[in-house]
Design a protein around this ligand. Structure first.
Ligand code: SAH
Length: 232
């Protein structure tokens, strides 16, 4: 169903190669860049196989959609590299009944991956035009369980709190306290934190009022800008 829609929505013979090429490229990406490295969760691998990343990148970059690197999406922002998306998603350890909050909607790609693994996704974006574009695309692609809000995500989204999982896809100096407070008991939060030029992924696990923090791999994300992030 989804592919049928996508086929019709692109002008014939222009920019996009036939859909089967994208499918083949996506399967190759999952085998070579994810499964061959340390992405072992069958559910995460399936989600990465199913979500059409090429739909979330600008038309002129579509031929690079399945390379393992971030790509520009406008306004100085990027869609994260596939490996990082898979790695962070794996750290979240999602169950089908989970309710998830994402900060940094960007292209909407990470939200689509989350939406195919969890029951409900709330995603927040501070740049209005980016948020609206992602909201339309996610709707067109049929992700009815994802809500996009344009607001400062460092404060979280209280209306649907608490969340079983929270993922931040932009980097602030530290993990925002407001987000920790919106984590459910037993919940997992994954967030890049550290100086502007290089950060580490931090995974926070909540057990009642105890927050256990573990550091994971080094990474470079665009800045998280807001009350509990970097100043504008
Ligand atoms: N998850 C995205 C990648 C996001 S890039 C994807 O899959 O494509 C990071 C995004 O975070 C940018 O779009 C940026 O505008 C947004 N951002 C930065 N600070 C934010 C904040 N305080 N609240 C919400 N979004 C923020």
């Amino acid at each position: 169903m989804r592919h049928f829609f996508l086929r019709r929505s692109f002008p014939r013979g222009k920019v996009s190669p036939p859909m089967d090429d994208f499918d083949a490229q996506r399967n190759a990406m999952v085998e070579r860049q994810l499964a061959a490295r340390n992405i072992t969760s069958p559910r995460v691998l399936t989600a990465m196989r199913n979500v059409p990343r090429h739909c979330f990148v600008p038309l002129h970059l579509r031929d690079q959609a399945y390379e393992d690197r971030p790509l520009e999406i406008g306004h100085g922002q990027t869609i994260s590299q596939p490996y990082m998306v898979a790695y962070m998603t794996q750290l979240l350890d999602l169950r089908p009944t989970d309710r998830v909050l994402e900060i940094g909607t960007g292209s909407g790609y990470q939200a689509a991956i989350l939406g195919s693994l969890a029951q409900r996704v709330v995603t927040m974006e501070r740049i209005e035009s980016i948020g609206l574009t992602a909201a339309h695309l996610l709707c067109e692609l049929g992700y009815g369980n994802i809500a996009v809000h344009v607001a400062d995500g460092t404060l979280g989204w209280l209306d649907e709190a608490p969340y079983d999982a929270i993922i931040v896809t932009a980097a602030g100096p530290s993990v925002p306290d407001a987000l920790k407070a919106q984590l459910a008991d037993g919940g997992r939060l994954v967030c890049p934190a550290g100086p502007r030029d290089m950060q580490r992924l931090v995974r926070v696990t909540r057990q009642a009022e105890l927050f256990r923090e573990e550091e994971s791999i080094a990474c470079v994300f665009v800045p998280l800008i807001g009350s509990e992030g970097w100043p504008v």
